[in-house]
Design a protein around this ligand. Sequence first.
Ligand code: CP
Length: 309
Amino acid sequence: HRDLVSIYGLQPWEITGLLDEAEQWVEVNRGRTKHDERLRGLTLINAFFENSTRTLLSFEIAGKRLGADVVNMAVAQSSVKKGETLIDTAMTLNAMRADVIVIRHESSGAVQLIADKVDCPVLNAGDGRHEHPTQALLDALTIRRRKGRIEGLTVAICGDVLHSRVARSNILCLTALGAEVRVVAPPTLLPPAIEAMGVTPFTDFDEGIAGADVVMMLRLQRERMAGGFVPSPREYHMLHGLTPERLARAAPDALVMHPGPMNRGIEIASSVADDLQRSAITEQVEMGVAVRMACLDVLTRGRRGIEGW
Ligand code: CP
C-alpha cells in the first residue's frame, strides 16, 4: 500500500488524478443521498493529537459517506496522557486491524514514523510545520473549479509562512501543477532560502499581491512562536492583514482563500473574508470533504482488491 504523508514526491498526474476523482464527490455531496458503500467493512481510525475542526470532521464525514466504520480516537482521554509512546500507540491501532489511519500531530515527521510501523495506509492530517497534503489538494480543487485551471495562475501565499504546513504543501502542489507561486511574509516569518522551492519571496505585502489571481492568507500561528518574536496583532494587521484596500492591488477577479481557522481582524479583515464574490473560504471547506473521500477511496483500493495506489 501507499500512504499520503506529503505532496512532496507526488507526480503532477497523481495530484490531478486525485482532483479528478474528487469532482464526482462534490456532486454526490450536493445531492440528497450522500451514501456510497465502497468502504463498507473497512475501519477508519482518526487519531488527532492536535486540535482540529475542519480536517477531523471532514475525514469523519468522508469515511461515513463511503460506508466505512469510523472511529475517532479521543487523545485527551487516551493512554498517550499516561506517557505511552507514539510508536506504542501506533502498534496498538495496528493490532486492532485498522484499514486506514488518519493522523494529525504537533511534531513534524510523526506521521511518517507511524506510517513506517503500521500495515495499512496512513493519511497525514497535518504534522507540525511539515505538511498538510489534503489541505493543498482541497485548495487546488477550489482554485481549479473557480478559475478553470491552475497552470499559469499567479498565487500569492501570504502571512506566517515560517510556521505553516499549509504553505509548504501548497507550494509543492501548486508549483507541480504549473502555477507561479509567490510567498509574502514579514522578514521574521519568511523561511530562509525559500526560493529553493521554486517560489518568489516578498516582504512587502503590497508588492507581493500586485496582480495576483489568487490571494491565499495564512493564520498567524502564535502557538508555534514560544520563545521567539511574536508580532502584535494590531501592527500585524496594519502591515500584513488583507484589507479591502490591499486586495484592490490584486487582479480584479482575484480569489481570496484561507485554510481556517481565521484570526479575523489580524491576517484578514472580516469584510474580505465574508465577501462572497471574492472569498472561497466556505467552498474550501466543502471541497475538503470531496477531496478526503477521493483520498480514502484511492488509498484503500489495494485492500479492496482494486488497482489503485
Ligand atoms: N484547515 C485546517 O486544517 O483546519 P482545522 O485545524 O480546523 O482542521
